[in-house]
Design a protein around this ligand. Structure first.
Ligand code: NDP
Length: 449
């Protein structure tokens, strides 16, 4: 395994995030490889670590001043052994091939855990939608799709949203795809309800993460009612995580964006959450405006010199990181533990660094890794695909019920897989092992291709 890892590091030395995600999975599946010598002979690790296809392309567009701008587009099609590639598009200036590869790699295991027939992929661009007009965002999305359309399709690769890609961007992308292909198909998920979207898709990732947390708590005879929760981010995942926590009687005291965070000792109630949704989704404002509107809240600006994020130092019972990768480092994890947190449930992808995860384990925290805990989003995307194929539209209660059941099943799958390898309540190893075994067995069934 060390040989495989060092070969990959040597070949793509700059892909730090991808190496981090790969290392985590390799560590978890070591006992599986030891028990199955066939896997080694079939080079399953080498095969699973190499994308089936990587597409990188130029995205030229014209800004409101008439200036031509150029961004870089990506689609990493990681694995299609259990279904068409499926995974979101991220538009953020920090996007690199390494980021998209790590996300695509994680997506393979996550999608496998949902039990739906979906392979793994991810894409995006270093385009920054923040501060751009609707016209600029539309022209960018159209140019992006002018290349992407030839690589995707309802039975080939079905993208969705992620950071910086919400309902507006999905609309512009879908419009251009429909024009280029002259067909109306479920090629993207996260669509608006009027033209093929599913109820509960916007809520699914946040709700799903909270359902997963409830399952973890239940194992220890606890509930989320009456707990105090720290939530980071203020986008799609964070907003609906807060909504569900409130629904179930929990209290949320923080939210953030990349500029800073707010701490509201009184708690973010339904009315304040409605304000955040309007602020972020309609006005496209910043979280510091929350503290102007609710003077009881304290806003703290991000300090790039600081080696930790003070958001994670507040007293609480549960933490839901819902912003971005590596947002909780070892120091933050130590602060969480000091502050009384006993459960960390990841709405974001890979928000905890390996050092932070080691600390959670050492201190016996309940830890829901992103690839299991945030799988609700892609699960409901899978349900959106099913509804599109059948040309049906399920009611809200039905989709929510299915989501809840899927999160319950994923939780049980992780617990059982971990227990088979003597790792009681280790959801990280459980998720990696269960996701891995299903995918590599499908690979072996389908031969060397
Ligand atoms: P949004 O774009 O809706 O929101 C992202 C939030 O995170 C914003 O508040 C944003 O602040 C903040 N953020 C982004 N980048 C950084 C950064 N570098 N540092 C600090 N804060 C940052 O995205 P989502 O809510 O959809 O996604 C959040 C996370 O959840 C991501 O890790 C994503 O991969 C993951 N996820 C999302 C799914 C979905 O269905 N949407 C499904 C599964 C996982 P700002 O506005 O300042 O950028």
């Amino acid at each position: 395994m060390e040989q495989i890892m060092s070969g990959i590091i040597q070949r793509d030395a700059h892909e730090r995030e991808f190496h981090q995600a790969l290392r985590e999975v390799l560590d978890s599946v070591k006992p599986v490889i030891d028990r199955n010598p066939e896997y080694r002979k079939q080079a399953v690790l080498e095969r699973i670590a190499e994308p089936e296809r990587v597409v990188m392309f130029r995205v030229p567009w014209v800004d409101d001043q008439g200036q031509v701008r150029v961004n870089r587009g990506f689609r990493v099609e990681m694995s299609s052994v259990i279904g068409p590639y499926k995974g979101g598009l991220r538009f953020h200036p920090s996007v690199t091939l390494s980021i998209i590869k790590f996300l695509a790699f994680e997506q393979v295991f996550k999608n496998s855990l949902t039990t739906l027939a979906m392979g793994g992929g991810k894409g995006g661009s270093d385009f920054n939608p923040k501060g751009k007009s609707d016209g600029e965002v539309m022209r960018f999305c159209q140019s992006f799709m002018m290349e992407l359309f030839r690589h995707i399709g309802p039975n080939t690769d079905v993208p969705a949203g992620d950071i910086g890609v919400g309902a507006r961007e999905i609309g512009y992308l879908f419009g251009m795809y429909r024009k280029l292909r002259n067909e109306f198909t479920g090629v993207l998920t996260g669509k608006s309800l009027n033209w093929g979207g599913s109820l509960i898709r916007p809520e699914a990732t946040g709700y799903g993460a909270v359902y997963f947390a409830c399952e973890m708590l239940a194992v220890r005879g606890q509930t989320i009612e009456g707990t105090t929760c720290l939530v980071s981010g203020s986008g799609n995942v964070a907003q609906y995580a807060v909504e569900k926590i409130l629904d179930l009687g929990g209290r949320v005291v923080t939210l953030s964006d990349s500029s800073g965070y707010i701490y509201d000792e009184e708690g973010i109630d339904a009315e304040k959450l409605a304000y955040v949704m309007h602020l972020k989704n309609v006005l496209r404002g910043r979280i510091h405006e929350y503290a102007d509107k609710y003077p009881g809240a304290v806003y703290t600006e991000t300090d790039p010199e600081l080696d930790h994020n003070p958001l994670w130092a507040h007293r609480a019972d549960c933490a839901f990181p819902c912003a971005t990768q590596n947002e909780i480092n070892e120091k933050d994890a130590a602060n969480l533990i000091k502050g009384g947190v006993t459960l960390v449930c990841e709405g974001a992808n890979m928000p905890s660094t390996p050092g932070a995860i080691d600390l959670y384990m050492e201190h016996g925290l309940m830890f829901g890794p992103g690839k299991a805990a945030n799988a609700g989003g892609v699960a409901v995307s899978g349900l959106e695909m099913a509804q599109n194929s059948m040309r049906l539209h399920w009611p809200r209660e039905e989709v929510d019920q299915r989501l809840r059941q899927i999160m319950k099943n994923i939780h049980k799958t992780c617990l059982d897989a971990a227990a088979r390898y003597g790792k009681e309540e280790d959801y990280l190893d459980g998720a990696n092992i269960a996701g891995f075994v299903k995918v590599v067995n499908a690979m072996l069934d389908q031969g060397v291709v």
